[in-house]
Design a protein around this ligand. Structure first.
Ligand code: ZN
Length: 198
């Protein structure tokens, strides 16, 4: 890569560290960035820094948010007795896009994977259990239909069952191995409506 200037090489290298960005895409992005007016690049870099600085985990559901509690947890109109457990904030966004779910969420930030050495303590599971005292009536497990997602669902249902709270699993309308965020809204809704008690 030494046929580029030092700055360009550095920029390409940095961009290529991002997920899904190979060296060719990194080069294309770098050339695009240097062709932009300086103000535009400043705005972009400022947004990156400010977002990283200000975004944090919601104290209740652990989704990414700008304040102590996210807009969903702060909304009194949402049904706080139903908690949908998802792996990532992107999965939460997928269900929010359907506009048909009015409960709240819990974001695990991962799934249990013995193969990758990710155990129950490495995801936000303890925090979920801490939310289960009080008015919670149903926990809907909406982890992905991957081996990790299913393992996590079984583990959570076993943890919650003794509490007497209803535990359900979204239906198999979601294709095996599918990431929730890539699934269309109708399929997501069908999976939610067809959920079964674990
Ligand atoms: Zn929240």
């Amino acid at each position: 890569m030494n046929y580029f200037s030092g700055h360009m090489s550095e920029l390409i290298e940095q961009l290529a560290t991002l997920p899904g960005i190979g060296s060719k895409t990194a080069q294309r992005l770098a050339f695009h960035i240097v062709s932009l007016p300086e103000e535009k690049v400043e705005k972009l870099s400022k947004t990156l820094v400010e977002t990283r600085k200000n975004v944090r985990y919601c104290a209740e559901c652990f989704t990414l948010t700008d304040s102590e509690r996210c807009p969903i947890c702060s909304d009194a109109k949402r049904d706080h007795s139903t908690i949908m457990v998802v792996e990532t904030t992107r999965d939460l966004a997928a269900y929010e896009r359907t506009g048909k779910y009015d409960g709240v969420y819990h974001v695990l930030h991962g799934a249990i994977s013995p193969m990758l050495g990710i155990g129950p303590d490495d995801i936000r599971l303890k925090e979920l259990m801490q939310r289960l005292n009080g008015d919670v009536q149903e926990v809907i497990i909406a982890t992905n239909s991957t081996l990790e997602g299913e393992t996590t669902a079984m583990y959570i249902s076993r943890l919650i069952r003794p509490t007497g709270i209803r535990v359900t699993r979204i239906a198999n309308g979601v294709p095996v191995g599918g990431d929730l965020e890539n699934i269309d809204e109708v399929t997501l809704l069908r999976a939610l409506e067809g959920r079964t008690t674990l």
